[in-house]
Design a protein around this ligand. Structure first.
Ligand code: NZQ
Ligand code: ZN
Length: 388
């Protein structure tokens, strides 16, 4: 196992009825920016619960944070915070709203052009320079409620880029699984597949000595396989919803990444598909993931075989045969979760996608990625072309 530090200061509050605790979690006399997305919180009662819990606080509302939040929109919130002397931000939403709030939090006191935060991938490490924020999660998927990363799109240049740093953990996150009940089927499917792929990015590398991390990862994968198709059909079932929510948090709160190699190339390529074609984040992962496992088969086959044996219970055959079967089982699972795994099934005019992505990576100086830094631009091209 490689050396690691585990730091996660987010106060995680899980379960039914927990939104009522908001007034104990936000410092008294805070002036709050309540940030939200396109308005689902008004239809499913979450807004009312939040407003009731925050009676007595001074609140300024900022809505309209898009799925795949836009830099241009978020900068408007930064202006409002400056003009109205806001001291705390409450993100009420899914990954997009929470990520948007992380950006706003960092951008407020950033010296210079805030677009550099994304272009130069600035890491925020000084909590005294960011504005504190908490979250009420409405969509289990990204793990953003308990990590310090975020992804923001620059509309002007159609780029989807990351930011983060230890100062950008939420102060608290309220995770009430009953919010899952109002999610559209498409978002439920997305949530399961995003969480599943987060585990794969950190697990599906090569055999190593971190036995516990592997077992935790396999448990999350198995739980998602067990509940995924059912939670899409019965999102009001508390047993399914609560396990789904906890899996999604555990998939990307840093725990399973400690002491192990990780890949993340599926996400890096996937972000380009969202930036280019607005394909939902999780759906880009379903398009790229299996093709990446195929192109990088020699690097990943030992771990693929472990995954095949332990997660899919494939016991018969050589390492290569089990590894190949494991990829097939993964694709079947993605299909059962409503994913269309070919790019051509998700968008038209895709023929130049590989050229575009490879050129972009080249311009950014991204020459190699993956756990062994052997996903070169040639491999990226093969993976994208295989996904057509
Ligand atoms: O905007 P509203 O009206 O709220 O509707 C949203 C949105 O249309 C809706 N929704 C959310 N909760 C709902 C609900 N509808 C009904 N009932 C509810 N309870 O769902 C739609 C999608 O929301 P969004 O926040 O975009 O989805 P998700 O949570 O999947 O977040 C995706 C974003 O997170 C980034 C992705 O790249 C993408 O931009 N990610 C963030 C990560 C992180 N911070 O660690 C890691 C991930 O890999 C990912 O990259
Ligand atoms: Zn993701």
């Amino acid at each position: 196992m490689t050396n690691f530090e585990l730091y996660n200061p987010t106060h995680y509050i899980f379960g039914k009825g927990q939104i009522s605790k908001l007034s104990d979690l936000i410092p008294a006399k805070s002036k709050i920016l309540l940030a939200y997305g396109g308005g689902s919180i008004f239809k499913n009662g979450i807004y009312d619960q939040v407003k009731t819990a925050l009676a007595g606080f001074e609140i300024v509302e900022f809505g309209g944070i898009e799925p795949n939040p836009r830099f241009e929109t978020l900068m408007k919130a930064v202006e409002i915070i400056r003009a109205k002397n806001i001291t705390f931000i409450l993100a009420v939403g899914g990954g997009s709203v929470i990520d948007g709030v992380k950006f706003i939090s960092g951008a407020l006191n950033f010296e210079g052009d805030a677009v550099e935060i994304l272009k130069k991938r600035i890491l925020f490490k000084d909590v005294s320079k960011v504005i504190p924020f908490g979250t009420v999660l409405t969509l289990p998927a990204t793990g953003s409620e308990m990590n310090s990363g975020a992804v923001v799109t620059i509309e002007a240049t159609q780029e989807k880029l990351t930011l983060g740093g230890s100062a950008l953990f939420p102060k608290f996150s309220i995770c009430d699984p009953t919010v899952v009940a109002s999610l559209p089927k498409r978002q439920l499917e997305n949530g399961v597949v995003d969480a599943f792929t987060h585990v794969m990015e950190q697990y599906l590398t090569y055999p190593h000595d971190a036995l516990l991390q592997d077992r935790i990862s396999e448990s999350i994968l198995q739980t998602l396989i067990e509940i995924g198709p059912d939670v899409v059909q019965n999102p009001s079932d508390y047993k399914l919803a609560s396990n789904f929510m906890w899996c999604a948090t555990m998939a990307l709160n840093g725990l399973i990444q400690k002491g192990v190699p990780s890949d993340w190339a599926t996400h890096m390529i996937g972000h380009e598909l969202t930036a280019l074609y607005e394909i939902d984040h999780a759906r880009t992962l379903a398009i790229i993931g299996p093709n990446l496992y195929k192109v990088m088969f020699e690097t990943k086959k030992d771990k693929l075989a472990q995954y095949g044996k332990r997660v899919w219970n494939i016991q018969e055959g050589t390492t290569d045969a089990i590894a190949k079967k494991a990829i097939e089982k993964t694709i079947e699972f993605l299909h059962s979760m409503g994913m269309k795994t070919k790019l051509s099934e998700n968008t038209r005019d895709f023929e130049k996608t590989a050229d575009f992505i490879v050129n972009r990576f080249e311009e950014r100086g991204w020459k190699a990625m993956g756990e062994k830094q052997n996903i070169t631009l040639d491999k990226v091209r093969q993976i994208v072309e295989m996904s057509y």
